[in-house]
Design a protein around this ligand. Structure first.
Ligand code: NAD
Length: 354
């Protein structure tokens, strides 16, 4: 099967494969659409079961970045990169620098940042080979996008609770958080501070225990969190978790979390609506990190950056109201808004970066 036959291929402008035998790098870099500006998107490192799975992930994630930047009003295009490998055992400075060279070879059309398996220190290694990096310490910002992402998810949950339950606070609501990583941990802090009953799960049960202890939360086995008896489910692990098997088991009335591409297929948007579950479209809820990156620079002001992230609340309320008026699934209403904000196909996909 070629890239063009991949069901996740959506006329992406560019897909490149990078190989560096010396460091062991095998990576895929995907640029979806740069009509709003050069592509920005994190680099994920994951032990994909196949090259096909890695290509599919890169294509879907890059497309999601186009929609995320567009709906957030940012002057970025959508791109993403994936490194095939286990970040725990295969990540070396040499491999990361080789990845930096692969990013640099795109001549400014793509800027790389953190994602699952790649942290601030890893991006700093890539920065030795390219200046096309974001999410780095500059001025008063430490470069870590996860606090802003968590804040955006918290605001997204507040908006969904307001719309669905008519409540302006989260006190005593039961909220399940899937994934106790960088975002999940910080999200638990916001939720616990508002008096929510937080249930957290991670495939790394020690991490889940540590995060739960820190925030006065409870834990459950990772395989039970999607079906947990909660009001809100916040997926903060990996994508594709809402599928034909998990969907009928979900008991939450709201889904709002950080993970990219939460719906395994398009038909899961209407299926959630039909079950009366309010779905906060992932790329809207989790835009805090990229919004924060748009504020990075010598004039960085944390208060301003977080106020901008907080506007995720208003964007979501708009989407929920539109979907309520038209009867469309929220995912479709969000796509319409985003698509109106970028040109597809990009009329000048191969213009030189400015
Ligand atoms: P992370 O790698 O720090 O944490 C992810 C956690 O999920 C890990 O602890 C992992 O063990 C756990 N996990 C994986 N599969 C699981 C499963 N089936 N059940 C329970 N736990 C599982 O990543 P992160 O930075 O916290 O990001 C979380 C998600 O949010 C990712 O999908 C990422 O793409 C997305 N996201 C992150 C940011 C950001 O700023 N970090 C921004 C936008 C989107």
């Amino acid at each position: 099967m070629t890239v063009f036959d991949n069901t996740a291929f959506d006329d992406h402008e560019l897909v490149t494969f990078a190989r560096d035998p010396e460091s062991g790098l095998s990576a895929i870099l995907a640029l979806h659409n740069t009509s709003r500006g050069p592509a920005l998107g994190g680099c994920r490192m994951w032990p994909y079961a196949s090259t096909h799975a890695a290509v599919t992930d890169a294509l879907r994630l890059a497309r999601g970045m186009t929609y995320k930047a567009a709906i957030s009003g940012l002057s970025f295009g959508g791109g993403k990169s994936v490194i095939i490998g286990d970040p725990a055992s295969e990540k070396t400075p040499e491999l990361l620098q080789a990845m930096g060279r692969a990013v640099d070879a795109l001549g400014g059309r793509y800027t790389v940042a953190e994602d699952v398996g790649i942290g601030v220190d890893d991006v700093a290694q890539m920065a030795r080979a390219t200046d096309r990096v974001a999410g780095m310490p500059v001025g008063d910002s430490d470069g870590d996008p996860s606090p802003a992402t968590a804040y955006g998810v918290y605001q997204g949950i507040r908006a969904a609770v307001r719309h669905s339950l008519g409540r302006t606070d989260l006190g005593d609501l039961r909220i399940g958080v899937q994934g106790a990583g960088a975002v999940g941990d910080k999200l638990c802090a916001y939720l616990a501070a508002e008096g929510a009953h937080v249930l957290v799960a991670d495939i790394d049960s020690e991490l889940a225990n540590a995060v739960a202890a820190k925030h006065g939360a409870h834990t459950c086995p990772a395989e039970d969190i999607l079906a947990a008896d909660v009001d809100v489910l916040a997926p903060c692990a990996l994508g594709g978790i809402i599928d034909d098997v998990s969907l009928p088991r979900i008991r939450a009335r709201i889904i709002a979390g950080a993970a990219n591409n939460q719906l395994a297929a398009d038909h899961h948007g209407p299926a959630l609506r039909d079950r009366g579950i309010l779905y906060a479209p992932d790329y809207v809820v989790n835009a805090g990190g990229v919004i924060h990156i748009s504020h990075e620079g010598p004039d960085y002001d944390r208060t301003q950056a977080f106020a901008h992230v907080g506007r995720i609340y208003d964007t979501l309320m708009d989407i929920f109201e539109r979907a309520g008026r038209t009867g469309e699934p929220t995912a479709v209403a969000a796509d319409r808004l985003a698509e109106a904000a970028f040109t597809h196909p990009n009329p000048h996909p191969f213009r030189a970066a400015r």
